[in-house]
Design a protein around this ligand. Structure first.
Ligand SMILES: [Zn+2]
Length: 265
């Protein structure tokens, strides 16, 4: 095990590369679809929680269950049992209870470091270690869907993951329609800024008008959420809008069957 993959980053330690070069590079990596899809036959909304905090497993899952839906939890084994600004993080029993309730466990990396700033081999090692540790925590079915920490990736990593995961999700805002990248799906993030609630609700309206795969994600669900989370009330507002839109709400694993061969356009 390299020393690099032993250092787990909490969100507060991270500083994105906001230089012009960094931003241009990020946009290029995002715009080049290495595994373009066709839009699904019907629109799908997926709710996701990254890392994931205990409050997502408790309050987040509860809100989704109250509308008869399930979510995906992109688990980061290196954060398990720790505490950071998004609150107390999940432990094995949280993950296994979610699985029993019909939710899906997706994969993050083990260290939660920026995958765009490490060699591809190191990122793959980090991803493999996460899958291995989740298995040791009792996860019987290996995760089929992945999310990049901070949404950061490279073309080489996207290519390397193409045959390892069915999808990989980023954090760039948008809906996924024809020509979206299966290895870099777009998503609407929810933060304490209620403009993000409005943006997600607008995206649900857009998804109602044309077949799309809409991912909505956040971290903690608390009364005083971190800058990366939202409240139960805001999540409930979005969940209810999603339910009343008539759009299918599904985890990525369930969504797969509505794509058929369309995931490989
Ligand atoms: Zn994360």
């Amino acid at each position: 095990m390299t020393q690099e993959t032993d250092q787990v980053l909490s969100p507060i330690d991270y500083e994105p590369d906001l230089t012009l070069f960094g931003r241009v590079k990020r946009r290029c990596v995002s715009n080049i679809a290495i595994a373009p899809i066709c839009a699904p036959e019907r629109s799908i909304i997926t709710f996701g929680f990254d890392d994931f905090p205990k409050s997502a497993a408790d309050n987040g899952a509860d809100v989704l269950e109250s509308i008869g839906a399930k979510a995906i939890f992109y688990a980061c084994s290196g954060l398990a049992g720790r505490e950071n600004l998004t609150g107390e993080q999940f432990v094995d029993t949280d993950m296994l209870a979610l699985v029993r309730a019909g939710h899906e466990i997706g994969a993050h990396t083990h260290t939660h470091r920026d995958c765009a700033h490490m060699p591809t081999e190191t990122a793959l090692e980090d991803i493999a270690r996460n899958l291995d540790e989740l298995r040791q925590m009792g996860l019987k079915t290996p995760a089929r869907h992945f999310a990049y920490p901070y949404g950061e990736t490279t073309l080489a990593l996207k290519r390397a993951l193409k045959d390892r995961f069915v999808t990989a999700r980023g954090i760039r805002a948008g809906l996924n329609r024809t020509r979206a990248d299966r290895m870099h799906l777009r998503a609407m993030e929810l933060t304490p800024d209620t403009a993000t609630t409005k943006r997600a609700i607008d995206a649900i309206e857009q998804a109602a008008n044309a077949p799309s795969w809409l991912h909505i994600f956040t971290h903690d669900i608390r009364n005083n959420p971190s800058p990366y989370g939202t409240t139960r009330q805001e999540l409930k507002k979005i969940a209810k809008t999603a339910r009343s839109s008539g759009i299918l709400i599904a985890t990525p694993g369930e969504a797969e069957k509505y794509f058929g061969s369309r995931l490989d356009a």
